[in-house]
Design a protein. Structure first.
Length: 213
């Protein structure tokens, strides 16, 4: 139990290291939560600071998701015996790192929406699903122009992939997928409201069906 708790707490603290705010501090104290949408994630970083800034933000946020699932759960802790099955430690760390990104203790519990960190988590948990998830995200983005909708449907696609591609011994991944889908919908609730009223921004450079000028 001690091993499990320590790893989950470490995953949460790792998630609380926000790429957007770390890069902002290195770039002279920029806080992207004070600009654009007020979000600390990669999309707002791209819109307010440009692709180079956003690239580093994404690398940090994806990287911590990968570390929390591919490396941390299997780490041997001196004098502490492992008591939980590795797969459930991975799932718990995966959830914790995403929660840490959204509610970071280091930055006043005001973080991002978890999309980039989820990419890293999927890469660490089940790399075979990554292409399918990213393909869904890009396809929805090209068809609708909505980044938030793309993220929600890509998260749903992960759960569908697990059910279809791994019909046996899939319970831990299904628990993770459903939990993250509910959580991602919650973090994108403002995007949903804006889509309903027609004020949500679109990624016009990628959106295939934008109105002609």
């Amino acid at each position: 139990m001690v091993e499990f708790i320590l790893k989950v707490v470490c995953a949460y603290l790792l998630g609380s290291l926000l790429g957007g705010l770390i890069v902002g501090k290195l770039k002279g104290g920029v806080d992207i939560r004070q600009q654009g949408s007020g979000n600390a994630g990669g999309t707002n970083a791209l819109r307010t600071q440009g692709w180079y800034f956003a690239m580093w933000v994404m690398l940090i946020d994806i990287g911590k998701g990968w570390l929390a699932t591919a490396f941390l759960p299997g780490l041997s802790l001196p004098s502490i015996a492992a008591a939980f099955p590795l797969v459930w430690v991975q799932i718990s760390c995966a959830i914790a790192v995403v929660v840490g990104h959204v509610f970071p203790v280091w930055f006043g519990f005001r973080g991002g929406k978890g999309a980039a960190t989820l990419v890293g988590v999927v890469a660490g948990l089940v790399p075979a699903a990554l292409l399918y998830v990213l393909g869904t995200w890009l396809g929805v983005l090209m068809l609708t122009g909505f980044v938030g909708l793309s993220t929600m449907l890509a998260t749903a696609a992960f759960t569908i992939w697990v059910k279809v591609a791994q019909p046996t011994d899939s319970q831990p991944l299904l628990v993770f997928g459903v939990t993250m889908l509910v959580f991602v919908i919650y973090t994108h609730r403002s995007n949903i409201q804006r889509m309903i009223v027609g004020t949500e921004n679109r990624a016009k450079k990628i959106w295939l069906f934008k109105p002609r000028a």
